[in-house]
Design a protein around this ligand. Structure first.
Ligand code: MN
Length: 197
C-alpha cells in the first residue's frame, strides 16, 4: 500500500522569530499541533482512496466536498500561510511585477491590505481571507469558509490570512483586526512574488 507522505513543511525561520506578531506559543500550537493534525488526518483518509499519490494541489482541486476536501484544503492553506512569513527585521515591501499587478488591480498596496483587513474583519466564523489571481493576472481579494481554497475556483492563491480563532486567540484573544494588521508586518514578499508565476 502506498502512503501519502504529506508532512510539515520546513520553515525558513524559527518559532520565536515572528514574535510579537505571532508568539512562539502560537507557532507551537498552530503549526505544531493544528497543522500536524490536518496532515495526519489527510494521510489516513487518502490511503486507498482515488486521490492517493496526487499532489496536495490536485487533491484540493479534485476532491468533492467532504472530509478529504476539508483536510486537504487545510493542509494546503496552512502550507501557504506558514511559508509566507519572515522575521519583522527582515521585512521589505513588494516590488517589480508583483507590485505592478497589485497596483493595477487595487490602486495601491495599502488599498489591497485595507480590503483584505475589511473582508477579514466582517467575515463570520472560521475561514481564510485570500489574495488571488486569475489567468489574466487580475487580482482579487475574497474570504472563503473553513478549509476552502481558491484553486477550487480556478484562481491562483497568492497570499492568505488564517481567520480561524486558533490562529490568533492565544496572542490577541478577540482582537482579530490587530492580528491581521500585524500579519502584514511579517509577510515575506519574496515568497509571494514567486506565487504569481
Ligand atoms: Mn489555522
Amino acid at each position: 500500500m502506498k502512503t501519502n507522505p504529506f508532512r510539515l513543511p520546513e520553515l525558513g525561520y524559527q518559532f520565536s522569530d515572528l514574535a510579537p506578531m505571532m508568539s512562539e506559543k502560537t507557532m507551537a500550537y498552530h503549526y505544531g499541533k493544528h497543522f500536524q493534525t490536518y496532515i495526519d488526518n489527510l494521510n489516513k483518509m487518502l490511503n486507498g482512496s482515488h486521490f492517493e499519490g496526487l499532489s496536495i494541489e490536485d487533491v484540493v482541486r479534485k476532491a468533492p466536498e467532504g472530509p478529504i476536501a476539508n483536510n486537504a484544503g487545510q493542509v494546503l492553506n496552512h502550507q501557504l500561510f506558514f511559508e509566507q512569513f519572515l522575521p519583522t527585521k527582515n521585512a521589505k515591501l513588494p516590488s517589480g511585477e508583483l507590485l505592478f499587478l497589485i497596483e493595477q488591480s487595487f490602486g495601491s498596496l495599502e488599498k489591497m491590505c485595507e480590503q483584505m483587513n475589511e473582508i477579514g474583519k466582517s467575515f463570520f466564523g472560521s475561514g481564510w481571507v485570500w489574495l488571488t489571481m486569475n489567468t489574466e493576472g487580475q487580482m482579487q481579494v475574497m474570504a472563503l469558509p473553513n478549509g476552502d481554497n481558491p484553486l477550487r475556483y480556478a484562481l491562483k492563491p497568492i497570499l492568505t490570512i488564517d481567520l480561524w480563532e486558533h490562529a490568533y486567540y492565544l496572542d490577541y484573544q478577540n482582537r482579530k483586526v490587530d492580528y491581521m494588521v500585524n500579519v502584514w508586518r511579517i509577510i515575506n514578499w519574496n515568497i509571494i512574488s514567486k506565487r504569481i508565476n
